[in-house]
Design a protein around this ligand. Structure first.
Ligand SMILES: C[S@@+](CC[C@H](N)C(=O)[O-])C[C@H]1O[C@@H](n2cnc3c(N)ncnc32)[C@H](O)[C@@H]1O
Length: 462
């Protein structure tokens, strides 16, 4: 190890920054978050630093050249000038007086390194490449940032509040460690991260008085898996997928997304069966309730967004009736994902004042929409599940006044590497796709925004 990592308490400690440009600004802001008492020395001071000093009485500006006596009694020094002679002088003087010094972008002059920081105070993680590649350290930091929920720090404060009580009540230490592991990676922490902090605290209190975290009832996470590209999952959905005991998924969830669930979790498919019938909705609702009641943490993974043509509400209505804990995680709906990946901005202001999502498939297999409203100009219509009813949809729109040459796009398997976009007009689309071997799922976008596709398309599937 070239550098020994440690965390220093800098509250009210005198720290010196030499330089007062953009880089120095970032260092001053960082030292200020640690509560340091900061002196800044530079012949010219930028406006931003001036403003910081106006707002923070712990920042003192000294408009002058650096001289060696300035380092007197400093706890830590950062040189952020672009003057090599000054930087060298600062480093030499600091080293002579045994004061830790960092010279920005000159690892050979540094006695300490400022790491890339993930701040979820009181939890702080620091990443360093020992000066070899600060960019690599920052990339690692952004990966960690995405894994650590924003409320992680507040969760640590809650744990701290009950630390002594748990120490008193739960023994021996090995059992206490298991207790905390279950709390901090279990349903209580998830409840906390989803914003139900009071409920999480009362369940923690209950677990402490029962001296156990074993909860006889599990819970259900209704998670939107997005339109197909795994990169479009949210941080929260990925975290929940990696904690699930069971994942109940349907047809629209891609293999690549399923590959991201916890390796040992049980996968239950409830999409189309071999006889072409999906598991009836009531059976899915009952299955989720049964699994949760047996103590499992269940992820119900649905394509797109669970609340957009996803029957998510029906599933959680059953959970509400059965008093089972659940949370819903939004996903990117197909309209948004497909339109974006096809280079079709749904509400470009030169073309559309509104955008309507409709389903082209009704319960009794009919297509019964408000055609008059949908045929009006200056709008975009997105049709989910519209392939079977396409002919009826186009004819009905034309009958109600939509122009025959109104552009329409069919997007097949949007956002995936098999995405296809076919554009035509209301009067020509049906014939154009008749011999095209279209594969599900497909989505239609109708409106003059479709004409932008040629110019704005950017996603090129392999
Ligand atoms: C039952 S709906 C579910 C919609 C989903 N909840 C959502 O928010 O995207 C299924 C329909 O969504 C559309 N769809 C979903 N993913 C798609 C994709 N990757 N490409 C094209 N259409 C898609 C298709 O019209 C498909 O028939």
């Amino acid at each position: 190890m070239d550098y020994f990592p440690l965390f220093i308490d800098l509250k009210k400690q005198p720290c010196l920054v030499i330089g007062a440009g953009e880089v120095a600004t970032r260092k001053i802001e960082l030292l200020a978050t640690a509560g340091a008492s900061i002196s800044v020395i530079a012949p010219v001071i930028c406006k931003k630093i001036q403003e910081l000093a106006d707002k923070n009485s712990h920042i003192t500006l000294l408009q002058k050249e650096f001289s060696p006596e300035d380092i007197d009694r400093q706890r830590l020094i950062i040189s952020a000038t672009n003057n090599k002679v000054v930087n060298k002088l600062v480093a030499q003087t600091a080293k002579q007086h045994n004061i830790p010094v960092n010279v920005v972008d000159s690892p050979e002059l540094c006695s300490f390194i400022v790491p890339a920081i993930i701040d979820r105070s009181p939890i702080v993680a620091a990443v360093s490449s020992g000066g070899a590649s600060p960019v690599l350290a920052r990339l690692l930091r952004s990966k960690l940032e995405s894994l650590i929920p924003p409320a992680f720090g507040r969760m640590a404060q809650l744990a701290n509040k009950y630390r002594a009580t748990v120490k008193e009540q739960i023994n021996p230490p090995a059992q206490r460690r298991i207790f905390w592991e279950n709390i901090l990676q279990g349903s209580i922490a998830e409840l906390f991260y989803s914003g139900k902090e009071e409920e999480a605290e009362s369940r923690l209190q209950q677990a402490i008085s029962n001296k156990t975290t074993s909860n006889t009832q599990g819970e259900v996470y209704l998670v939107g898996a997005g339109p197909g590209d795994p990169d479009l999952l949210t941080f929260r959905s990925l975290r929940l997928m990696q904690q699930a005991d069971v994942v109940v998924y349907d047809r629209l969830v891609s293999k690549e997304i399923l590959a991201l669930v916890r390796r040992d979790s049980e996968l239950i498919y409830v999409g189309k069966q071999r006889d072409n019938h999906s598991l009836p909705q009531e059976s899915i609702n009952a299955l989720l309730a049964r699994l949760a009641k047996s103590g499992k943490r269940v992820v119900r993974l649905k394509g797109g967004d669970p609340f957009i043509f996803g029957r998510g509400a029906e599933e959680i209505e059953t959970l509400v009736q059965e008093n089972i804990n659940f949370q819903v995680v939004p996903g990117i709906t197909a309209a948004s994902g497909c339109a974006t990946y096809a280079g079709i901005p749904l509400t470009h202001r030169d073309h559309a004042q509104s955008c309507t999502f409709v389903t082209g498939h009704l319960k009794d297999n009919s297509v019964n929409l408000n055609w008059e409203q949908l045929a009006a100009p200056n709008q975009t219509i997105v049709i989910y599940m519209g392939l079977v009813g396409l002919k009826t949809i186009c004819e009905s729109l034309i009958q109600h006044g939509a122009p025959t040459d109104l552009p329409i796009a069919l997007i097949q398997q949007g956002t995936t590497h098999t995405q296809r976009v076919i554009t035509a007009t209301l009067s020509s689309i049906y014939q154009k796709i008749e011999h095209e071997n279209i594969q599900p799922p497909t989505l239609f976008i109708i409106g003059t925004v479709v004409s932008l596709h040629n110019n704005l398309k950017w996603f090129k599937p392999e």
